[in-house]
Design a binder for this molecule. Sequence first.
Ligand code: A3P
Length: 325
Amino acid sequence: MMAIWSTIKNLMYGLLVRSRLMYYILPRLLPILAKHFIDLTKLGNHYVTDESGHKIKVTQCNGQIYPVVDVSKVLSIPHITIRKDDVLLCSYPKSGCHWVYEILHMMLNKHLRLTCSGKEFEGGIDVMPDILLDSLPSPRVLNSHLCYPELPVGIKEHKTKIILLVRNPKDTVVSFYNHHISQKGITGYDGNFCDYFKLFMDGKLEFGGYFDYILEWDSVMRSQCNNAIHLLTYENLKDNPVETIQQVARFLNIELTDSFAVQILESCQFDKMKVQREKQNNELVQFYRKGVKGDWRNWLTDEQSRSIDNMWKERMLHCFYQPQY
Ligand code: A3P
């Protein structure tokens, strides 16, 4: 009986995935489901507590901290099916990956349309249901905030090309704080920036510490890693957008004229993305806040800024990435 049921389930799964029905339905349905029907406040099994006692709800699994997702999703990540022509965008949260996800999508698919629901409801392998990932049309852009050892096994087997997106830690902590505050309905967090800053410095937030993340990738890049990795920084993309995405195109072996690069960048402008996404799911989370370089100057005290500089001097001076502010 069990065998018959499992065969039926596999057949139905294959049918849904092959017909790509899920790809058309799920990205459109997920924001609505998440907003109205999925009680995200019921997910999560752990709290991170700041110095004043304010709590952030998270999911803890295998000793790591994830955002509020189902534990079964976290456990399925190593087994996600990877295709030969996938491209993987890796980044610490709040580095601008919604932006770069759209740019990569347009480069790979040679069109100028924003994706149906953005990486939040499509290629984010850390949170998206496997059935949706399986039914995304190729070439897929996948995105993860995990470090190399926790990535799906298939990424290493297929030698998937990895774009590693990095943003300076001072703007990242500001963006992450605002992200958590805007998600108060889900994570319950309403602490102040000063306490949050300490959590960031101590590496207690979801997906672990920013500095550990950079150091882990640093050792991956120095090791005999199977995957080709291209470093892309938020700051370079802001300052020299055409040149920066031309470098990505060369890394991915994509022919890209400067005029098409300019069109892509125009289509992915902050204001355009913000307007389109906020129409779809503005109550869920604020992914499009300011979209600028250097907002940390409005938030960090001199002491906080110095503590990041000191941390960098102590631990990170040899790293492949050195921040620009
Ligand atoms: P701020 O909070 O500093 O505004 P992620 O996509 O990794 O969650 O990162 C979110 C950050 O990227 C936010 O930073 C957001 O505003 C910024 N961002 C999103 N789209 C952008 C765009 N098209 N251009 C520049 N920055 C963008």
